[in-house]
Design a protein around this ligand. Structure first.
Ligand code: BG6
Length: 471
């Protein structure tokens, strides 16, 4: 077979907090993303204590998918999407996170979104929690440092599993679960207090999230045995800077940081390198015998991952070596070009990642994020000629195909990140655009929100139509 399978899931991916808007509509509560201000390239977003009047919170209105979902989904259909990855805003269903009864209006909204997709034959792929946990769970319970979060999360899972059990097959409990170690606010609602043992807090929170994910797998299967439930990993694709064995070891250590999560989630137990790491750092993580049993039983069906760029590891780096990139950063590779935001472009890195993950775990993979953040401009005739984005996707799809067709990797699908322009999670900017569809909104929140098809829209449509044959 030298073609991708006919049921290959081509599509696009987004997250509720970055594109829905309607932050206080339909009974929705405040999420951790709602208290993040806009930053810019190189300027961190500020996390405020509650909502402060007069501050610019870009996620509040985002791109208003909340009221425009029908037209947006029609555009996805026009591109030929086979699937659409989105998340369910936890705060639409449980505005404070600790209620026992869900918010019906929130549930109805997702009924409409999923029904709209299904009408077009688009399979929804759902991330249950993507950087949008209820802010109340932070204020009252301290976020994922508190084991009570497991039950609150499971309650949320149970409600959405039961409600959408005949509409959704593919689920991922958490987006980029390993981000908790580097940027614990968005996935875990964790801000450190003075004197807190940060490493201990982060790894304890990671443990609770791993247990929650395993329980979510077990629960999901008990509600519908046909559910396909995966993890979602921010893959830190990295190479040793040289053949100096010290650089190679630095590279292995970096990979361990991510593989700790997938080892637990696929193999069902803590890997020995992680046990040693915890011992060496005196991390007395609370792990009960019951937790161990749950981790063994709640292993995942597939690994979803995000891949944007790669970096290198150096045993003895200087500050000048530092590279930019997605939240888990490495060092600059002198052989690779980079985007305007400094993310190094490495299509072969995608093939390498697919091979590494498949060699290690032998379960199906799903590329659930891949994309190119860039500044787009309108031409005089009103078009947007985003050749750079087409070039990026073309080269990545070529490498993805090689991994499947030449290396034998089992791959469920490919969803490009930010198929419609949305708020950047890292910087809070609109200017950093990923979409095939342009949204008229700038960094200050001004614009008509009108949608325009970019040239890449037509390229992706052709790519999907030909099942990746015409690039
Ligand atoms: C991933 C996240 O880390 O990268 C997305 O899952 C995010 O939420 C994406 O938007 C791209 O990062 P950024 O910072 O360019 O938005």
């Amino acid at each position: 077979m030298n073609k991708l399978p006919d049921d290959f899931l081509w599509g696009g991916a987004v997250a509720a907090n970055q594109f829905e808007g309607g932050w206080n509509k339909g009974g929705k509560g405040i999420s951790v993303s709602d208290v993040m201000t806009a930053g810019t390239h190189g300027v961190e977003r500020v996390i405020t204590d509650g909502i402060i009047e007069g501050m610019n919170y870009p996620n509040h209105k985002a791109i208003d998918f909340y009221s425009r979902y029908k037209k947006d989904i029609a555009l996805f259909h026009e591109m030929g999407f086979k699937c659409f990855r989105t998340s369910i805003a936890w705060t639409r269903i449980f505005p404070n996170g600790d209620e026992s009864e869900p918010n019906e209006e929130g549930l109805l909204f997702y009924d409409s979104v999923f029904d709209e997709c299904l009408e077009y034959g688009i399979e929804p792929v759902v991330t249950i929690s993507h950087f949008e946990m209820p802010y109340n769970l932070v204020v009252k319970y301290g976020g994922w440092r508190n084991p009570m979060l497991i039950d609150f999360f499971l309650n949320f899972c149970e409600v959405v599993y039961k409600r959408y059990k005949n509409k959704i097959k593919y689920w991922m409990p958490f987006n980029e679960i390993n981000m908790i170690i580097r940027k614990p606010w968005k996935p875990g609602g964790i801000k450190f207090s003075e004197g807190e043992n940060e490493l201990l807090t982060k790894y304890q929170a990671a443990h609770y999230m791993l247990v929650a994910c395993a329980k979510a797998v077990i629960l999901g299967k008990s509600i519908n045995p046909d559910f396909i439930i995966g993890t979602m990993l921010l893959h830190t694709t990295t190479y040793a800077a040289t053949c100096n064995p010290d650089d190679v070891m630095a590279h292995i250590k970096k990979l361990h940081e991510a593989y700790f999560f997938t080892d637990v989630q696929v193999r069902g137990e803590y890997p020995s390198f992680q046990l040693k790491f915890m011992e060496k750092n005196n991390l007395d993580i609370k792990i009960s015998e019951e937790d161990k049993k749950i981790l063994r039983e709640g292993t995942v069906d597939f690994i979803g991952f995000s891949y944007y760029s790669s970096s290198i590891e150096i045993a003895n780096p200087t500050t000048e070596d530092a590279s930019e990139g997605n939240e888990i950063k490495g060092y600059k590779n002198p052989l690779l070009p980079a985007s305007e935001w400094g993310w190094q472009i490495d299509p072969v890195g995608l093939r390498i990642t697919l091979n590494w993950l498949y060699d290690r775990y032998n379960i199906p993979l799903f590329i659930v994020e891949n994309g190119f953040g860039a500044v787009d401009k309108f031409e005089e005739d009103g078009s947007i000629n985003d050749e750079y984005r087409i070039d990026y996707f073309k080269k990545h799809v070529e490498q993805m195909k090689k991994a499947v067709l030449e290396d034998g990797v089992e791959l469920l699908g490919y969803t490009t990140w930010g198929c419609i322009d949305l708020v950047s999670a890292g910087t809070g900017e609109m200017k950093k655009r990923y979409g095939f569809i342009h949204v008229d909104k700038d960094n200050d929140g001004k614009g008509t929100l009108n949608r325009t098809r970019k040239n890449s829209f037509y390229w992706y449509k052709k790519c999907i139509e030909s099942n990746g044959e015409e690039l």
